[in-house]
Design a protein around this ligand. Structure first.
Ligand SMILES: CC(C)(COP(=O)(O)OP(=O)(O)OC[C@H]1O[C@@H](n2cnc3c(N)ncnc32)[C@H](O)[C@@H]1OP(=O)(O)O)[C@@H](O)C(=O)NCCC(=O)NCCS
Length: 155
């Protein structure tokens, strides 16, 4: 099974993408307090939709099954800020397709590399897709939590 299309997000997508991000993050088994702390960072507001490109994966008539969001003006370079697949659709190649879409957008922007601050559980996914570990960053949502930072060099 593959994804049917990846399209730019529209203003109407925000609530559905925010709910998808929460479902996806919760898939790792985090407790309620942790998830509550993460909600602001998982919310795709209309200002976030305007701030940088967001691409939505769709399969059949069922609506979004995943999305990726980029910051083309990040302090450290072009960065993936969100990459989430709906749990029933995980493990079917959608994450890879969304990452490839982000790589294409970074190349168009002329970026030498693509960064991502990863959930620790997702780090093996980014390693599989060729990114290299380049350190850690403190989580903006949860005190005393360090998140792996990965970088894919773009040719
Ligand atoms: C991480 C995530 C985006 C992966 O998406 P996915 O659609 O399930 O991944 P894919 O099916 O495209 O897998 C692509 C490759 O990565 C591998 N992979 C995926 N998840 C993996 C994991 N957790 N550990 C190791 N390898 C993994 C797959 O085996 C596949 O390898 P292959 O193509 O060589 O067979 C998805 O699990 C997710 O949304 N997780 C919860 C939210 C999250 O943490 N997002 C990242 C925020 S930084």
């Amino acid at each position: 099974m593959t994804v049917d299309r990846i399209r730019p997000a529209s203003a109407a997508d925000g609530p559905a993408l925010s709910e998808l991000a929460v479902r996806s993050k919760a898939h790792w088994g985090y407790d309620e307090g942790f998830m509550t702390a993460c909600v602001p960072g998982l919310t795709i507001s209309s200002s976030r939709l305007l701030a940088g490109p967001v691409f939505v994966a769709e399969r059949g008539p069922s609506g979004p099954v995943g999305f990726v969001a980029l910051d083309l003006q990040g302090a450290d370079g072009v960065e993936v800020t969100h990459l989430f697949v709906d749990p029933p659709a995980m493990g079917t190649g959608i994450g890879r397709r969304l990452w490839e879409r982000a790589v294409a957008a970074a190349l168009v922007a002329g970026a030498p590399a693509l960064l991502v601050e990863s959930d620790p559980n997702a780090e093996p996914f980014y390693l599989r897709l060729g990114a290299q570990p380049v350190g850690h960053r403190p989580s903006s949502a949860v005190p005393d939590r360090q998140l792996p930072l990965l970088r894919l060099v773009l040719d």
